[in-house]
Design a protein around this ligand. Structure first.
Ligand code: NI
Length: 170
């Protein structure tokens, strides 16, 4: 089922999400719905708070559904190590219409649980590293706006406030 994507301004996006403790059908449904919702919006990553669920679950598919090898699920993910630096354009399904250059680590190693609760480790570089770090931030209530200069951030917030007032931010 496609769920509504929560937009910037709704508190759940800026609230640290709760750890997942129960692994079962409810989590499987959430993850399946998240994939459906992400693909429907042509995203490359999605975190549970973006569908209004304050749980530490994120999904990534840098192929946006083109390559069945690419999708992965991260439950309760933690960063083990990160290194290097990359700069590139980033967007967020919860902040549609705004894309900005963001500096992130170039390489990341994480540990996480899968939908069954089994722990695994994985590494990512380039776009995968960027997506993992962006989604991991969401679970702490952090949006990519927080990686921008205060000036740029305020400018975007002001534009969004105008869109909200005009009823164009749903
Ligand atoms: Ni995002």
């Amino acid at each position: 089922m496609i769920r509504r994507i929560v937009k910037y301004g709704e508190p759940v996006l800026e609230t640290p999400a709760q750890p997942v403790k129960e692994f079962g059908p409810e989590l499987e449904t959430l993850v399946a719905d998240m994939f459906e919702s992400m693909y429907a919006n042509k995203g490359v990553g999605l975190a549970a708070p973006q569908v209004g669920v304050s749980r530490r679950v994120a999904i990534v598919d840098v192929s946006a559904g083109e390559d069945p090898e690419k999708p992965f699920v991260l439950v309760n993910p933690e960063i083990v190590h990160k290194s290097g630096s990359q700069r590139g354009e980033e967007g967020c399904l919860s902040i549609p219409g705004f894309r900005e250059e963001v500096t992130r680590a170039a390489h990341v190693r994480i540990k996480a649980q899968n939908v069954k609760g089994e722990w695994f480790e994985m590494e990512g570089t380039e776009l995968v590293a960027r997506a993992i770090l962006h989604e991991r931030d969401h679970l702490d209530g952090i949006l990519f706006l927080q990686h921008l200069s205060p000036l740029k951030r305020e400018l975007i917030k002001r534009k969004i406030k105008k869109l909200i007032k005009a009823g164009e931010w749903e």
